[in-house]
Write a protein that binds this ligand. Structure first.
Ligand code: GLA
Length: 729
């Protein structure tokens, strides 16, 4: 009883002192993050949640008081960038061994400033250790309108010798709630963005990757955290976070002894004890998050808008529809075959023909399959005797643009490049080599290798500046983990490799700012917002079965706008009609990867209509606001709609995946329309001579009705799809 009394008094006194302390507010239109400097000079998170209506209420905010067994109150709070060896016994953001061997760091608030930046306000907070010359600068950019916060940290010291970093999170956030649920996105080749959820219990849950390159093959760098309840589409509080890092990442979620949760996103320090030299600045990747109080649907819209406005390359530009040849010809093509495919591209009405793998390398290293040739980026004379200019000429003649596939970070041992520069490949000098897809990863820590990789793009552009698009692939994780360049500094490999990759991407963007590029990694194993500063879009998956694609696209849409997500119509799952396959691809950036010879005349006509419709509706589908309506995870169907910014146009996509016998088919209620407007409902993307099957077709409804009552767009026949254009009158 007495101990409890002491505790209450001590806590009250603490609150009083705390309420007069320095307060820092990071704020968007809907979220507030408050931090406070303690009397001892430490910085604590005191609030992260829905924006406070009265800023003056912030003076009452306080960090949670952790009682100790003797009733005293310790300095343990929600330290904003907790370090190892402190009062806090849980996972730290920063763990550093100083040059004298000491393992502790204690950071004190030094100063902060706020300044306007593109899209919002940046808060910069400087922290410093008193016992060691170590400083950490925390950055938070609050994108006001989109309700997105981007945060990263910089670590620097001026000790006489290097220090060793064993943990270096991008940031640290805390939550106090009775329950936490986590939705993660597991993946594999042809099984990307598979969503699963679980409740977090005491202890740690870690999502990480150690693949080095093709790093997101088994799990993607994003998650959804339900705070106080399950992650839901339309309701509840959810933090949706993603790390801008194309290499090894790690998200740690730790529930502590009193049920508080801390989140630590950052580079995975696995095999990466970083030796930080005096005055070298270690900059962490950016962690981007939105906090939605209306479920993931709203959170996704925040991220989509943020991405288009402030992050994705050419976020406001159009995208090129295309015909790719990978699924159609694989490695088996020549100039004539490609020239005729270009004509097919024109016939379909798409903007571009995209030549995939197999166009390069000669002689004994000729690229007939994936065993040889990577690294030798000279045009294959046997298949394409007149080189890239002849292909560009053929594209000009056909009236389409020409794009090309590359995989410049990789090498087949069976190549001239490897014969000339075996030391450029990441590979072990003293063990038997193992291969992934018969190739090795080039050592991007080496500046000469960076120059070479840049030259792959540069040489192609110099061979013919008409090249209008690149598909940049990356098919192997880092195997045989040893960088010949780094010698004694192997612990830097995973980090320096990705920094080297960014050096190349930055250079490419500087020299060829207007060339759109697709990020690809054996399907969708590269899908992060740092790479997407340099790429206009990414390839979601080699799995183009439209049923599987519904799940994959639903998953990626949680974090990426449709504008960034490439979807192609192929021959995967021929049980599904060409219409169904095309309608599924049409909800993202539309492309094709099939030969027209496989299609009937009616199917070709259908595709032409679908392409024309998609191009006409591109401003709504790619730049509009997305509302996910019916989840394939919860039902036997899927539906979503897009609405243009001025609410004058909407497009509804509806799919019957595997309806059950006698299943009750409910109306789909649209979202995001103007309730007071009247809209004409029209079914589009119909096969030639087919009549619209929707009852609502050709009728006019109020936006209010469409959103409250909805329309019947589902059927009991599996693999049926409907695309509906909704136009304000
Ligand atoms: C990867 C890509 C495919 C295709 C092949 C070519 O698997 O994901 O789309 O480009 O490489 O080898």
């Amino acid at each position: 009883m007495k101990a409890k009394h002491i505790l209450t008094c001590a806590a009250a006194l603490w609150c009083l002192i705390a309420s007069h302390a320095q307060t820092i507010q990071v704020t968007t239109s809907e979220t507030d993050l408050f931090m406070k400097v303690s009397p001892a000079g430490r910085l604590y998170q005191v609030y992260l949640g829905e924006k406070l209506a009265n800023p003056s209420d912030a003076e009452h905010l306080d960090w949670p008081v952790y009682p100790s067994s003797d009733g005293s109150v310790s300095e343990r709070g929600w330290e904003v960038y907790a370090c190892s060896g402190n009062e806090d016994f849980f996972e730290p953001a920063l763990a550093m061994q100083h040059s004298d061997g000491n393992l502790t760091t204690r950071l004190y608030y030094e100063s902060h400033e706020q300044k306007a930046v593109e899209g919002g306000t940046e808060t910069v907070i400087r922290l410093r250790d008193k016992a060691y010359p170590v400083a950490v600068t925390l950055h938070y950019v609050a994108y006001t309108k989109e309700n997105v916060i981007k945060t990263w940290s910089e670590i620097v010291h001026s000790e006489k010798k290097p220090v060793t970093l064993s943990a270096y999170a991008s940031t640290m956030l805390y939550f106090g709630a009775d329950k936490y649920f986590l939705t993660e996105f597991s993946s594999d080749w042809a099984r990307e963005a598979q969503m699963s959820s679980q409740q977090l219990q005491y202890g740690k849950k870690v999502i990480d990757t150690k693949l080095g390159s093709r790093a997101a093959m088994h799990t993607h760098p994003f998650f959804e955290l339900g705070i106080g309840g399950e992650v839901e589409e339309q309701q509840g509080t959810v933090l949706m976070g993603t790390l801008g890092w194309t290499g090894n990442f790690r998200f740690t979620f730790e529930v502590d002894n009193v049920g508080n949760l801390r989140l630590l996103p950052g580079i995975n320090p696995y095999a990466s004890l970083y030796q930080l030299k005096p005055n070298e600045v270690f900059t962490t990747p950016e962690f981007i998050f939105t906090l939605s109080n209306k479920g993931t649907s709203k959170g996704s819209r925040n991220l989509h808008e943020w991405a288009r406005n402030w992050s994705l390359k050419d976020g406001h530009g159009n995208r090129l529809t295309l015909l790719n040849n990978w699924e159609n010809t694989a490695f088996d093509f020549n100039q004539d075959i490609l020239a005729s495919l270009m004509k097919e591209a024109k016939k379909l009405g798409v903007d571009m023909f995209l030549l995939d793998d197999g166009w390069f390398a000669n002689g004994k290293h000729e690229r007939k399959d994936d065993h040889a040739g990577l690294g030798d980026w000279d045009v294959n004379h046997a298949k394409l005797p007149q080189g890239l200019p002849a292909l560009c000429n053929a594209a000009d003649e056909a009236g389409v643009k020409f794009g090309i596939w590359i995989e410049p970070e990789m090498v087949n041992p069976n190549s001239e490049l490897f014969e000339k520069h075996p030391e450029w490949a990441i590979t072990l000098p003293n063990r038997e080599t193992y291969y992934y897809r018969n190739q090795l990863v080039l050592d991007l820590a080496n500046p000469k290798v960076q120059d070479y990789v840049y030259s792959v793009v540069d040489n192609i552009m110099k061979a013919d500046p008409r090249i209008a698009f690149f598909k940049w692939d990356c098919n192997s994780p880092i195997t045989n983990v040893y960088s010949p360049y780094l010698n004694q500094h192997q612990h830097q490999l995973y980090i320096d490799h990705i920094r080297g990759l960014y050096n190349v991407m930055r250079r490419v963007k500087e020299h060829y700012p207007d060339v759109p590029m697709m990020l690809c990694s054996g399907g969708g194993a590269r899908c992060d917002y740092e790479a997407l500063k340099y790429f206009t879009e990414f390839w979601c998956s080699d799995n183009t079965d439209p049923v599987e694609r519904c799940y994959i696209q639903w998953g990626f849409s949680q974090f990426f706008p449709s504008k960034a997500m490439c979807a192609h119509v192929t021959s995967w799952n021929k049980r599904a009609s060409v219409k169904f396959r095309t309608d599924v691809a049409s909800m993202c950036k539309l492309g094709f990867d099939m030969g027209l010879k496989d299609l009937t005349d009616d199917e070709i006509k259908y595709c032409q209509t679908a392409v024309a419709n998609w191009k006409r509706l591109q401003p709504c589908i790619l730049d509009g606001v997305q509302y996910r309506l019916i989840s394939p995870y919860d039902t036997n169907h899927m539906a979503l709609n897009y609405v243009s910014a001025d609410k004058s146009k909407a497009v509804l996509f509806a799919y019957d995946l595997h309806p059950r016998f006698k299943e009750m088919l409910r109306n789909v209620k649209l979202q995001g329309l103007d309730a007071s407007k009247r809209y004409m409902v029209k079914e589009i993307n119909l096969m030639p001579n087919a009549q619209p099957t929707l009852e609502a077709d050709g009728k006019i409804f109020s936006g209010d009705y469409l959103m409250k009552v909805g329309i019947n767009v589902f059927s009991a026949t599996e693999l049926t799809s409907h695309v509906v254009e909704i136009t304000a009158q």
